[in-house]
Design a protein around this ligand. Structure first.
Ligand code: UGA
Length: 440
């Protein structure tokens, strides 16, 4: 059993801390934000993430997981310290690593014996060197440590599963000793023969950006294919399906939609584009993925505008789905934000609903009319825009939907409704890369 401290209780820190305690280690999650720690100490989880409450509960009850604001003490008592603080987008698209730097200084000051310092936050290549430099500058004489980059590949909405059953664990270690310690932290996964990828620090840092940027690129690519499908009368649903049957391509992350959002892809694509330019090796493919994604968000607003006759003024639109993806309450960079803003700017009104994210969206748009079900949202509206593929929207009764709407007009940006059924029920509709039908 190792003594572990995880600094930062965002979704990466919290899921990782709870997951590592589930592997049998003694974990302290530390954060300077008192309100978050207070909630956690009271047994409440500050974010919605399926399965996280059970995971936290189980390990708190077993005495393996605790929460504190005393970051210095938490560092002193640990053998391994994970840095999992935020790296928001800063100037010129670069990741702002000031929180990581501040933690590195705290670790240095509290280095009371050999420790492994491990970064989980997504940080530009070279940050490991910077962390080591800051620890050396601030640590007592004779202090000893090793450094590891151990990027996380969790997806919001399935983060617990992704942590406990990962495809691989990447360990970019500054020494063999540190690699062995990290492998021991992940012992149950190692025993289950999950691949442990042993690299140097820069390679591990690069793997994280290369993976996220590639997935973002794949989404932008299929979105452009979808747009071309519209122009040539092809169906992207079947195009993507047949493409994905080629094992070299894979069907995953090949779903067209309203453009990617969230706390990772938008930020990480900008960061890799910025640091590749800085290194003199600009990545044109990533620049293109960013442009395509911004265009895709706009394209959805144009589609809705066309559906309602070219003008939002005086129209009330039901927006179904506010989170950037299902199974989360996170609305960061969600395509629904641009959609709502455009409707409001055009003089329209919005009725909005998300099964989990109404409260989060109230921080962005405090004055919208928020509903508590799809029926309430769609009642007497001029059109509906489906922005997130929650299961409850897949299961909507089209008969009922048509009855309660003022006019039967639907924009399905996630392609979750059956085109045949929409036609049968006499809807006017549009989607992404499939057959559309409306009076223009
Ligand atoms: C992403 C990565 O998938 C994780 O591996 C990574 O660890 C994480 O970022 C991170 O860096 O922390 P996440 O942003 O939580 O995870 O969610 P995704 O499932 O990747 O979805 C991102 C966006 O892409 C969503 O808006 C989603 O709707 C969109 N998307 C995804 C599509 O439009 N089409 C797809 O086929 C897949």
């Amino acid at each position: 059993m190792r003594k572990i401290t995880v600094i930062g209780t965002g979704y990466v820190g919290l899921v990782s801390g709870a997951g590592i305690s589930d592997f049998g280690h003694h974990v302290t999650c530390a954060d300077i934000v008192e309100s978050k720690i207070k909630l956690l100490q009271e047994g409440k989880i500050p974010i919605y993430e399926p399965g996280l409450d059970e995971l936290v509960d189980r390990n708190v009850s077993a005495g393996r997981l605790s929460f504190t604001t005393k970051v210095d003490e938490a560092i002193q008592q640990a053998d391994v310290i994970f840095i999992a603080v935020g790296t928001p987008q800063g100037e010129n698209g670069e990741a702002n690593i000031s929180a990581v730097e501040a933690v590195a200084r705290s670790i240095g000051k509290n280095l009371n014996g050999y420790k492994v310092i491990c970064t989980k936050s997504t940080v530009p290549v070279g940050t490991g060197d910077r962390v080591c430099e800051l620890v050396r500058e601030t640590m007592p004489e004779g202090g000893e440590f090793d450094y590891v980059s151990n990027p996380e590949f969790l997806r919001e909405g399935s983060a617990v599963k992704d942590f406990l059953w990962p495809d691989r664990v990447v360990i970019g270690a500054s020494s063999d000793k540190a690699f062995d310690i990290l492998r021991d932290v992940y012992r149950p996964l190692y025993v289950n023969e999950k691949p442990m990828v042993h690299t140097n620090v820069a390679t591990a840092e690069m793997i994280k950006y290369a993976a996220n940027a590639f997935l973002a690129l794949k989404i932008s690519y299929i979105n452009e294919v979808a747009n071309l499908c519209e122009a040539v009368g092809a169906d992207v649903h079947l195009v993507a399906k047949a493409m994905g049957q080629d094992g070299r391509i894979s069907p995953k992350f090949l779903h067209p939609g309203p453009g990617f959002g969230g706390s990772c892809f938008p930020k990480d694509t900008h960061a890799i584009a910025a640091f590749s330019r800085k290194k003199g090796v600009p990545m044109n493919t990533i620049d293109a993925a960013i442009i395509t994604n911004n265009d895709q968000k706009k394209r959805m607003t144009e589609k809705l505008k066309n559906l309602v006759g070219g003008d939002f003024s005086g129209k009330t639109i039901g927006v179904l789905g506010l989170a950037f993806k299902p199974n989360t309450d996170d609305v960061r960079e969600s395509s629904s934000i641009e959609m709502i803003q455009t409707i409001l700017d055009g003089g329209g009104k919005v009725k909005a609903y998300d099964p989990m994210a109404n409260e989060s969206m109230k921080k962005v748009f405090p004055n919208l009319n928020y509903s508590h079900s799809w029926e309430e949202t769609c009642d007497d509206v001029d059109a509906v825009a489906i922005m997130t593929e929650w299961n409850e929207f897949r299961g909507m009764s089209l008969e009922k939907l048509k009855k309660i709407m003022k006019a039967p007009i639907v924009l399905d940006t996630r392609n979750i409704l059956s085109i045949d059924k929409l036609s049968e029920h006499g809807f006017q509709f549009d989607n992404v890369g499939r057959k559309k039908y409306y009076d223009s």
